[in-house]
Ligand binder design. Structure first.
Ligand SMILES: Cc1cc2nc3c(=O)[nH]c(=O)nc-3n(C[C@H](O)[C@H](O)[C@H](O)COP(=O)(O)OP(=O)(O)OC[C@H]3O[C@@H](n4cnc5c(N)ncnc54)[C@H](O)[C@@H]3O)c2cc1C
Length: 459
């Protein structure tokens, strides 16, 4: 266990950081409490269905993803979403409406009223807000694009990404690029035109145009392949309990198969969820503990359903659909899993991933799973014109699904930095910092490995 850097957690954040550090010759040990890698990325095969219980895909927003995939020898396993899945639907007034992707489609769509459309068109003439960081995504969008766009485009979009509430999420922390468009260019339309030119220079893709990827054997095969490269330096069934300072070093208490031990190190990189990190670092900083504990992770149930195609009357010509809160349905939206990527379901069958709960239903409780599932299937069947029961059903209840970067999160972000400066050698990472998407976690892995390397090379 005498390693230079102890990395806690073998999700994508920990593994990718470990990979870049190892590549630069740094000795690492990755300690993971579970018996397999991947964290939230979990795939299983059953009855010829491929089920992703966590992320079902990622967006290739940075060339770093392809670089990592190539380096770990997964290029022939990486797959991209079918063209048809560019079409996304929103449910409104008992109908699925394709989300408009061109000016012409926007004018023609029945998703928004004429009044709503005219309000959106006023965006370039809307001034900046004086509220600075303290704006929710909801208030930002309502001010710039109007209430109808907020309710029927952004609200469902946010439940699809964060399982979140637009009136609570901070626009600055949760959607920094959106915030920057107003901050840097004075508006969204103006900013998008100029931003596209700048991204081209940096060879980055906007989230709207980035390609959606997965792997032939599902998302978990990505962390699995990185884990193989880490080899014996990844240790499973090892839960970190606490971290204390001992002279110039840190004493790390961990339990392997129930037996507690200590190790000493001078560099620790944590990628565990904030409510777990709170226990680890509480001894070093009470305010940090309190802040980490107060980040909200709403519950989400992932319900996976398989049907015979003959049961479904809705044409499967897109990614799936999202449901605005105002429509009051028993789930947030559904991904048409077998339409997006090949070989996700047996011949003649179609599979779907439904998301239930999120910030709209913080009270969702796993003791009511049976009722939760029944209600969601009833609404789903009605929307999709499905007859009969699903032939295949699996689910996973995530008690703490995704961290919410709510209004005021900037203070948390500043505090994390302050803590790192006051406790040299400790680095905080994971999806509560710098983005929740798989793409953001990969992007941050390079940033964090550079930060750690700089620390190790300090004179
Ligand atoms: C249901 C769901 C759907 C999602 N869908 C998408 C999607 O479609 N696209 C997308 O881009 N993103 C999606 N995300 C988000 C994305 O999957 C996650 O943000 C990302 O995978 C988080 O990776 P991570 O390594 O930061 O954290 P995690 O994956 O949570 O990894 C942390 C690891 O630390 C380990 N650990 C915890 N405590 C300890 C301890 N004390 N000691 C040792 N180890 C410990 C855990 O076991 C875990 O393996 C989804 C997330 C969820 C939950």
């Amino acid at each position: 266990m005498n390693s230079k850097v102890i990395i806690i957690g073998a999700g994508i954040s920990g593994l990718a950081t470990a990979f870049w550090l190892k590549e630069k010759g740094v000795e690492v040990k990755v300690l993971e409490s579970r018996s397999e890698p991947g964290g939230a990325m979990r795939t299983s095969f059953e009855n010829n269905y491929l089920i992703d219980y966590g992320p079902n895909s990622g967006l290739e927003t940075t060339p770093l993803i392809k670089k990592l995939v190539d380096k770990i020898g997964m290029s022939d396993q990486m797959i991209y979403a079918n063209e048809t899945s560019n079409k996304r639907y929103i449910y409104r007034n008992n109908k699925l409406h394709a989300l408009p992707t061109s000016a012409h489609a926007f004018i023609k769509t029945k998703l928004f009223s004429l009044k709503g459309k005219l309000r959106v068109m006023k965006e370039p003439f809307v001034g900046r807000s004086d509220d600075g960081y303290y704006q929710s995504l909801g208030s930002f969008v309502e001010r710039r694009l109007g209430k109808e766009f907020l309710d029927f485009a952004i609200d469902p979009f946010v439940s699809g990404v964060f399982a979140g509430d637009p009136m609570k999420l901070s626009v600055k922390s949760a959607f920094p690029k959106l915030y920057a468009l107003e901050e840097n260019y004075g508006g969204l339309v103006k900013g998008m035109i100029k931003g596209a030119k700048e991204r081209k220079k940096r060879a980055e893709e906007s989230k709207q145009s980035a390609r959606m990827f997965s792997f032939k054997n599902g998302m978990q095969s990505f962390p699995n392949a990185i884990a193989q490269m880490i080899g014996d330096d990844l240790i499973y069934n090892t839960e970190i309990k606490q971290i204390k300072r001992v002279a110039n070093k840190f004493s790390v208490t961990f339990a392997t198969n129930g037996i507690e031990k200590n190790l000493e190190t001078d560099t620790v990189f944590s990628t565990v969820p904030s409510y777990k990190a709170a226990n680890l670092f509480g001894y070093l900083d009470e305010e940090l503990e309190q802040k980490l504990n107060s980040i909200i992770y709403p519950p989400v149930m992932l319900l996976y359903l398989g049907y015979d195609k003959s049961q479904i009357s809705q044409p499967l010509d897109g990614f799936g659909f999202l449901i605005p809160s105002k429509e009051k349905k028993n789930f947030l939206g559904a991904i048409w899993s077998s339409t997006i990527f090949e070989n996700r379901s047996p011949e003649g069958k179609a599979s779907f991933s439904l998301f239930i709960g999120g910030a709209r239903r913080m009270e969702l409780n796993s003791s009511e799973n049976k009722q939760t599932i029944e209600n969601a299937i009833r609404d789903f069947s009605e929307i999709m014109g499905i007859t009969g029961e699903p032939e295949f059903l699996k689910y996973k209840f995530w008690q703490n699904a995704i961290p919410q970067y709510n209004v005021g999160y900037v203070e948390y972000e500043n505090y994390f930095e302050k803590f790192e400066n006051e406790n040299p050698g400790i680095f905080l990472g994971g999806n509560y910092r710098g983005g929740i998407s798989v793409g953001d976690c990969v992007k941050n892995s390079e940033i964090n490995s550079d930060k750690i390397l700089k620390y190790l090379n300090r004179s």
